[in-house]
Design a protein around this ligand. Structure first.
Ligand code: GLN
Length: 542
């Protein structure tokens, strides 16, 4: 039977619980166990799909088309296990299910309450869709003490009681602030946070303490004494220079060993962490360096492009190169004489985005890349912008645009209202809901034999994840191809253009999907590896 590890956080937010959970998942996997990771988010949105990326970070899309929290991206990058809809739930989704059941009359006249109905729905979610996993790691979003997370804490308390100690473990992530003037790590906030957890009936067995400095023995014993925890279960989570060092550091601090000991599992054989050591070694001492300009919109919160920046780092790992990212707000390029900012960069990437603001700047960036033969990678919106650029300047549509920006007789990018998924026809109305109604999740795409992408992927059919409402108009294929933009990746039914590339350019590729979602440090995505390789060539030219 699956063992559940519940991971909560205290003292402050942004402690890196997502990375902590991912790293523990990777360590258990390296010991030969099968893991799943899940996230329970206490906000009222049904999913993060409708939240601004500058507030909440990127929306991570799974193969099965769920719009989920960005932590699921970390889970996948660290463990390689593809996340599913059943791995992320929010208070909003739980309540909306409970209320739908109430309306159907499923509760047979009962008064519907937080306990037991909401907590039961949470427990159901935690246990659903598991088969032969050895461990299911459940991260509870938010900070202990928030009103919002109470139903989740109550649900995991009940669940742990039902499962018994041999099948459930509580890990609490806290902060030991370092007070410089006193030269001390302070344990009081951790003590309070554990007290807060105890007040809802949860006694953590392992504490993961984020700290800038190693924890002195005295402090460790003090935490253990006041928090009712074995001293060896007070694990130091020290700051590190790259997140991919985290599994190694946790292992050195005995985190995985304590988890296994708790469950009475063997600990003698050390996990093989050489793949992690290998990539960290490469990242710390790369042979090369490339400068990539990312011309986007949400450049104020870098978490809004989390998977993208990680995928670029992975591309660097594949090429033994440090990838220096230059985040540029595309609106800058709408001012005169600013495009020169792109002179000397080794690659230009226009990422996904929504809405008209800044699009003319993105189009200029695509034009600059095309004309100056700088490697160009257009992702989703970035592909649409490259298509508009070509249609305007080399094709026959001087006013080419997207219907996302208003009605036009030259909308080369238009609203998708019908498409095929497997054997099913999916349809959407222009005036429908915004939440959860895009083309979402993994779709197949066939690659033309003579294309560059075919060589890059090394396969005929690929599966990549989508999240968009608009698509390039297939009826303009001839015009675009005459203008040099080869439609070399198409949906198997021949209806949807998924990839374009230029043959008169060293590396100019636009993709309608989000390849960054599937890139991993131990398995860099081929498009990112190839893009960085092209940027390396470029760096030798300029
Ligand atoms: N706004 C565009 C669309 O909906 C692109 C979306 C994206 O880049 N993810 O089609």
């Amino acid at each position: 039977m699956t063992r559940f590890i519940f991971i909560t956080g205290g003292v402050v937010s942004s402690l890196g619980k997502g990375i902590a959970s991912s790293a523990l998942g990777a360590l258990l996997q390296a010991r030969g166990y099968k893991v799943r990771l899940r996230k329970l988010d206490p906000y009222l949105n049904v999913d993060p799909g409708t939240m601004s990326p500058t507030q909440h970070g990127e929306v991570y899309v799974t193969d099965d088309g769920a719009e989920t929290d960005l932590d699921l991206g970390h889970y996948e990058r660290f463990t390689g296990v593809a996340s599913r809809q059943s791995d992320n739930v929010t208070t909003g989704r739980i309540y909306s299910n409970v209320i739908a059941r109430e309306r159907r009359g499923d509760y047979l006249g009962a008064t519907v309450q937080v306990i037991p109905h909401v907590t039961d729905a949470i427990k159901e979610f935690i246990r659903a869709d598991l088969t032969d996993e050895d461990f299911c790691l459940c991260e509870i979003g938010g900070t202990v003490g928030d009103i919002e997370s109470l139903p989740f804490l109550e649900a995991i308390r009940q669940l742990s009681n039902e499962l018994g100690d041999e099948h459930s473990l509580f890990v609490h992530v806290t902060l030991l602030p370092y007070i410089r003037s006193a030269g001390e790590l302070k344990t009081k906030p951790t003590q309070h946070s554990v007290k807060e957890l105890l007040s809802v009936g949860i006694q953590p067995e392992i504490l993961l303490c984020r700290a800038e400095q190693p924890i002195p023995d005295g402090e460790r014993r003090k935490i253990a004494l006041f928090c009712n925890i074995k001293p060896e279960c007070v694990i130091a989570a020290l700051d590190v220079d790259t997140i991919y060092q985290v599994p190694i550091s946790y292992h050195e601090q005995g985190f995985d060993e304590q988890v296994l000991r708790y469950f009475g599992l063997p600990t003698e054989r050390a996990p093989d962490l050489s793949p992690w050591r290998g990539i960290v070694g490469r990242m710390r001492a790369p042979e090369h360096e490339v400068n990539i300009a990312v011309v986007g919109k949400y450049t104020t919160l870098l978490d809004s492009y989390k998977s993208l920046s990680e995928a670029l780092i992975h591309g660097g790992i594949a090429n033994n190169a440090r990838v220096k990212l230059n985040w540029l707000d595309s609106q800058v390029f709408e001012q005169p004489d600013t495009i020169e900012k792109l002179a000397g960069v080794h690659g230009i990437l226009v990422p996904g985005g929504f809405g008209e603001r800044g699009t003319e700047g993105k189009i200029r960036a695509a034009q600059f890349a095309r004309e100056h033969k700088v490697p160009y990678f257009g992702i989703c919106f970035g592909m649409q912008m490259a298509v508009i650029e070509t249609a305007r300047h080399l094709g026959t549509m001087p006013r080419a645009t997207s219907s996302e920006f208003g009605t036009s007789d030259q909308a080369i990018v238009g609203l998708m209202t019908e498409w095929v998924r497997g054997n099913q026809l999916e349809t959407r109305q222009a005036e429908g809901d915004l939440g959860g109604t895009m083309r979402l999740g993994a779709y197949a795409c066939d690659l033309a034999k003579d294309s560059k992408v075919r060589a890059i992927y090394g396969s005929e059919r690929i599966y990549e994840r989508h999240r968009h409402r608009y698509e390039v108009n297939m009826a303009q294929r001839d015009m675009l191809e005459k203008a040099g933009l080869y439609m070399c990746g198409i949906s198997p039914d021949g209806q949807l253009p998924e990839i374009v590339e230029r043959r008169d350019h060293p590396w100019f590729i636009g993709v309608q999907f989000h390849p960054e979602l599937k890139s991993k440090p131990l398995a860099p995505h081929p498009l990112f590896a190839s893009f960085i390789e092209a940027a390396l060539h470029q760096s030798r030219l300029v």
